[in-house]
Design a protein around this ligand. Structure first.
Ligand code: HEC
Length: 116
C-alpha cells in the first residue's frame, strides 16, 4: 500500500486539526502582537491597502469560503509567491512564532484577519 500525501490530503488534515476548537474565540491582542513582531504592518494595514491588501478586504474576499482559514494559513507559512502592486513577485513573509511553528498562534492570527 502506498501512502500518497498529496496537497489536498495535507490541506484536509490541516483543516481537520484547525477546525476542532470551532468555538474558540479569537485573541485579538495576541494576533496584533504577533503581526507587529513579524512586521506584517510594513506591508499591510487593517483598512487601507499598502503593498499588500487591507486585511478587511481579505476578510471580505474570503467571507463564506469554507477553505479560507486553511488557504490563509498556507499563505503565511509556505512562502508562496506574492504579487506586489508594481508587478514584481517575491516570496511572501512567513510568520515566525515563539516557540517555532506554533500552529495555534498562526491560526489565531488568520482567524483574526478573517474576522475583520
Ligand atoms: C514585504 C511586504 C509584505 C509583508 C511584510 C507581509 N505581506 Fe502579506 N501580502 C503582501 C502582498 C504583496 C500580498 C498580495 C499577494 C498576492 O495577491 O499575490 C499579501 C497578501 C496577504 C494576505 C492575503 C492573501 C490572499 O490569499 O488573499 C494575507 C492574509 C497576508 N498577506 C498576511 C500577512 C501577514 C500575517 C504578514 C505578517 C506575518 C504579512 N502578510 C506580511 C505583502 C506583504
Amino acid at each position: 500500500m502506498s501512502i500518497n500525501f498529496n496537497r489536498a490530503s495535507l490541506l484536509a488534515a490541516a483543516v481537520l486539526c484547525f477546525a476542532a476548537p470551532l468555538v474558540h474565540a479569537v485573541d485579538e491582542e495576541a494576533a496584533k502582537s504577533l503581526a507587529r513582531q513579524n512586521n506584517c504592518f510594513k506591508c499591510h494595514a487593517i483598512d487601507k491597502d499598502k503593498d499588500g491588501p487591507a486585511w478587511k478586504k481579505v476578510a471580505e474576499k474570503y467571507k463564506g469560503k469554507a477553505d479560507a482559514e486553511a488557504h490563509l494559513i498556507n499563505h503565511v507559512t509556505s512562502g508562496e509567491k506574492a504579487k506586489f502592486p508594481d508587478g514584481h513577485e517575491e516570496e511572501h513573509k512567513i510568520v515566525k512564532t515563539s516557540p517555532p511553528k506554533d500552529a495555534a498562534q498562526v491560526k489565531n492570527l488568520v482567524d483574526w484577519i478573517l474576522s475583520l
